[in-house]
Design a protein around this ligand. Sequence first.
Ligand code: CTP
Length: 395
Amino acid sequence: MKKTVLIGVTGCVAIYKTCEIVRGLQKAGVRCKVVMTESATHFINPLMFRSLTREPVAVGLFDDKPGDPIHHISLSKEADVFLIAPCTANVIAKLANGIADDLLTTTALATEAPLVIAPAMNVNMYEHVATQQNMDTLKSRGVRFIDADSGYLACGDVGKGRLADPDVIVQATLEVLNVKRDLVGKRVLITAGPTVEPIDPVRYISNPSSGKMGFALAEAAADRGADVVVVSGPVSLSDPEGVEVVRVRTACDMLAAVGERFDASDIAIFTAAVSDYRPANPSDRKLKKGADDSALATIELVKNPDILATMGARKHAGQIVVGFAAETENVEENASKKMAAKNADMVVANLATEGLAFGADDNAASIVTAAGVQRFETMPKSELAHRILDAALEL
Ligand code: CTP
């Protein structure tokens, strides 16, 4: 599940930079929700943040929220981090003294999420002993401050008080969120979904793979900064943000698409449930009962290429190859054998039982490497995806 940063916005000229902060956090796979003070709405209409975040923007403590009468509490619980940027001297003073007289400050008092504050104000206000003491008080309570920059200020003065660079604020927030960016500069290739092998234009051989595991891995890798390409069989999932999705149908098409991209990848993960066999002579017209009885009753099959094994054989030094194994028995032993046979560095194995693996949102898995086995209980595929990437990076 995506982490949520609640962004508190107060009334200050630097507010325009908050738009970039929202975009930066979103690019790192973080969900943003905005709460504004009344003063902030004089600088920017809430519609701006509503459009950027595609989430409702909260302003008034007493605004009517159908089905959510205690809005500051629900907001405070949704936040994994509460970032206030820009934060005025007035709001810093209120927070230091536990004053909760609007939605933003009430939510800040109610939340158990870590508080990150990026101040912005006139240099004299910033250096005023009252503001400095208020900041010290908040720091002593564990609030993380992102220091204001020095320079030309909107009021014409020069000195400390300019809102820190949006990138610096995004990085500091991601650190507090514990969002990893350990795949920046890496290219990740993922196969996903089933393949479909035609018998005739209306019939085919396939399997119930939903593609969810592959797409969850793609999203997780992109969130961690990788350039990601997914080569996917037919699935009903939409493209994850920032991921290139190449849609194919058959195993042969998947092999061709993967073959073009494999050498450039640093990590290749094969989650696709590839049909092991395909009809030897697919018909280009619909086969009819009666006239084509013998062709329909006995379909001659030929073996499909093994995409993982083909790529495993041409793996170059430093490249990491990860396979999957859906088994109905001797899960880890079979996974180990597949790892050796297909020259993979790691195999993620799961029990192909009803309810888990195919189509489900959750999965339990064992990660098998030469170093041993790590077992994971049932968890959302989005979370398992991160564990798989962690294990691949440890290889
Ligand atoms: N795989 C592949 N191409 C194939 C078959 C499998 O790339 N033609 C990959 C899958 O994406 C997965 C791994 O190989 O990463 C294991 O697939 P699986 O179907 O479990 O194993 P098989 O090798 O087909 O063996 P078996 O069906 O005998 O279990």
